[in-house]
Ligand binder design. Structure first.
Ligand SMILES: Cc1cc2nc3c(=O)[nH]c(=O)nc-3n(C[C@H](O)[C@H](O)[C@H](O)COP(=O)(O)O)c2cc1C
Ligand code: SF4
Length: 428
C-alpha cells in the first residue's frame, strides 16, 4: 500500500476543534515542503550556539512535552541524557508502530512527513548527532522519501538522513529492538541496561524518539512553550494523535486536545456504533476502563486514571465477551515474546492458556493465573511482560462480573466471537 492509499483506507481528521496542529487540513494529500513551510514557517537552528541550545532546552522543558510512543517520558530529560555520554550520537525516529490496531504514526508520516523530519533535525542539532535514521513502514516510505528529496534539493538540513524500513512484530518498536534492527537486522530487545541514551547504535549514545513526539518537537522549536501549552491541561499539555477503533462509526486517526471530554473524543469518530461496555485505553499494553462511566471523564491520564500510552482507544460493544477478548489478545501478545527471558517466554503462554480455559468457561487454575501475572512483572529484559500484566489486571477488574460467570461455567455475552483486530499469532 502507498501512503496515498493508506490515507484513503484510514480516513482521518475531524472538523476543526481548535487542536489540529500536526495533521494538515486536506484529507488525502501528503503536505509538500512548500505547503508545510507556508503553514508552519521555517524552523531555525543554531547548532553551534550554546545560548540557542540552552534556550531551546528551556522551551522544551517548559512546554512539558512527553513521549507519544507509550511511556510518556519527558522528552527534555532524554535529550539531555545524551549529552552526558561520550561519542557522536545518533537520532532514531521510531515509526515502527508495533501496536496492531494503531495507525497514528503511519498517518502522521503519510500526511505531515516534514514535521517529523523537522523535529528529528532539531533533536540532532540539540544533541550534536551525526546521522538521523528514520525507521518507517513500507507503506509510508514513499511519503518520507519524497519529503527528504525535496529537502535535499534546497539543502534544508545539515544532518544526514537515512531511511530504514521498519520491522514487523509487537516488540519490534521497543527502543533497544529498533536499535538492534537498524544495527544488526534483528528486531529483538537488547535489555534495559545500558540505556540507549548511553550506549546504543554502534555503541554510541542514541536518541530513540517516537515520530509523533518529534513532530511536536518541531512545533515547540518554532512556537515555544507558551504556544504548546495553550491546548491540553496544565499537567498534560498539548494535543495527541489517537487511533479510534472498535465499535465507532468511522474508525480513524484524530488529533485531540488532551483533557477533552472522552465522549467528545469518541464523537470525532461519529460516536459508538452500538452500546459499548468498556474502552481499551492506550494500546494492547493498555488498560480497560468501564463505559459509560469513562465517557464523562477528561481524556487524560489523570482524568481517566490510566496512561494514554500510544493513543489507541478501542470501543468494546456490550454484546461481546470481555474475557474472550482478553484471552485472544494475551495469546497474541504471548506469541510476540522475543523468547529471551524465561518469565516472558514460558509465563505468557501459560497465562494465555488459563485465560483461554476461562474464556471457554471451563475449569481453570484461577489462583495460579493471578499469581503468575504478579510473578512475570518486572522480570523481562524489556517492558513486554509488564504491559501484558497491566492489561490482564485491568480486564479481570473491569470484566469482574463476567469473570465470575465464567468461573461457574456460564458466559453472558450474546455475541460469542472476539472483535479486537489481531494479526495472526505467528511467533517472531
Ligand atoms: C514491547 C514494547 C513495544 C514498543 N513499541 C513501540 C512502538 O511500536 N513505537 C514506539 O514509538 N515506541 C514503542 N515502545 C516504546 C519505546 O521503547 C520507546 O520508549 C519510544 O519509542 C520512545 O519514544 P518517546 O519517548 O518519543 O515516546 C515500545 C515499548 C515496549 C516495551
Ligand atoms: S521480556 Fe519478552 S519480549 Fe522482552 S526481551 Fe525478554 S523475552 Fe523478549
Amino acid at each position: 500500500m502507498s501512503s496515498a492509499q493508506l490515507l484513503r483506507h484510514m480516513g482521518s481528521n475531524q472538523p476543526t476543534t481548535g487542536c489540529r496542529r500536526l495533521l494538515p487540513p486536506e484529507p488525502w494529500a501528503p503536505a509538500g515542503l512548500a505547503a508545510h513551510l507556508q503553514r508552519h514557517g521555517a524552523l531555525v537552528h543554531h547548532p553551534s550556539s550554546d545560548a540557542w541550545r540552552a534556550a531551546t532546552f528551556g522551551e522544551i522543558e517548559r512546554a512539558g512535552l512527553v513521549g507519544r510512543g507509550g511511556a510518556a517520558f519527558p522528552t527534555v530529560r532524554k535529550l539531555r541524557a545524551l549529552l552526558a555520554h561520550r561519542g557522536r550520537p545518533f537520532v532514531i525516529a521510531n515509526g515502527t508502530e508495533g501496536e496492531p490496531a494503531s495507525m497514528k504514526d503511519r498517518v502522521l508520516l503519510a500526511r505531515s512527513p516534514n514535521l517529523v523530519l523537522d523535529g528529528a533535525a532539531l533533536a540532532a542539532s540539540l544533541v550534536g548527532a551525526g546521522e538521523i535514521i528514520m525507521v518507517v513502514h513500507r507503506d509510508v516510505r514513499d511519503s518520507v522519501d519524497a519529503a527528504l528529496a525535496e529537502r535535499r534539493r534546497i539543502r534544508l538540513d545539515s544532518t544526514k538522513f537515512r531511511v530504514v524500513t521498519a520491522a514487523d512484530g509487537f516488540v519490534a518498536g521497543e527502543a533497544s529492538a529498533v536499535v538492534n534492527w537498524v544495527g544488526r537486522g534483528a528486531p529483538i530487545p537488547l535489555g534495559k541496561a545500558p540505556r540507549m541514551t548511553e550506549r546504543g547504535l554502534q555503541g554510541r549514545p542514541t536518541l530513540v524518539q517516537n515520530v509523533e513526539t518529534l513532530a511536536h518537537l518541531g512545533l515547540v522549536g518554532r512556537h515555544g512553550a507558551e504556544w504548546f501549552r495553550q491546548v491540553g491541561t496544565a499537567d498534560e499539555p498539548g494535543t495527541m494523535l489517537v487511533t479510534l477503533a472498535g465499535s465507532v462509526v468511522r474508525r480513524g486517526v484524530f488529533e485531540v486536545a488532551i483533557g477533552a471530554r472522552t465522549s467528545h473524543v469518541l464523537e470525532l469518530a461519529g460516536g459508538p456504533s452500538e452500546p459499548i461496555q468498556a474502552l481499551l485505553i492506550g494500546g494492547y499494553f493498555g488498560t480497560w476502563v468501564p463505559s459509560p462511566a469513562a465517557l464523562s471523564l477528561p481524556f487524560s491520564a489523570s482524568g481517566l486514571g490510566v496512561g494514554l500510552g500510544a493513543g489507541l482507544v478501542v470501543a468494546l460493544p456490550a454484546a461481546r465477551c470481555g474475557v474472550l477478548e482478553t484471552a485472544q489478545l494475551v495469546r497474541y501478545l504471548a506469541s510476540q515474546s522475543a523468547g529471551q527471558c524465561g518469565p516472558c517466554k514460558f509465563g505468557l503462554p501459560a497465562i494465555a492458556e488459563q485465560l483461554e480455559l476461562l474464556a471457554a468457561a471451563m475449569p481453570v487454575r484461577f489462583d495460579d493465573l493471578t499469581r503468575w501475572v504478579d510473578e512475570i512483572e518486572g522480570r523481562g529484559a524489556c517492558g513486554h511482560p509488564d504491559g501484558v500484566a497491566r492489561h490482564i489486571r485491568s480486564a479481570l477488574d473491569v470484566f469482574g462480573d463476567e469473570v465470575s460467570e465464567h468461573l461457574v461455567g456460564r458466559c453472558s455475552a450474546s455475541e460469542k466471537r472476539a472483535s479486537l483486530p489481531l494479526p495472526t499469532c505467528e511467533p517472531l
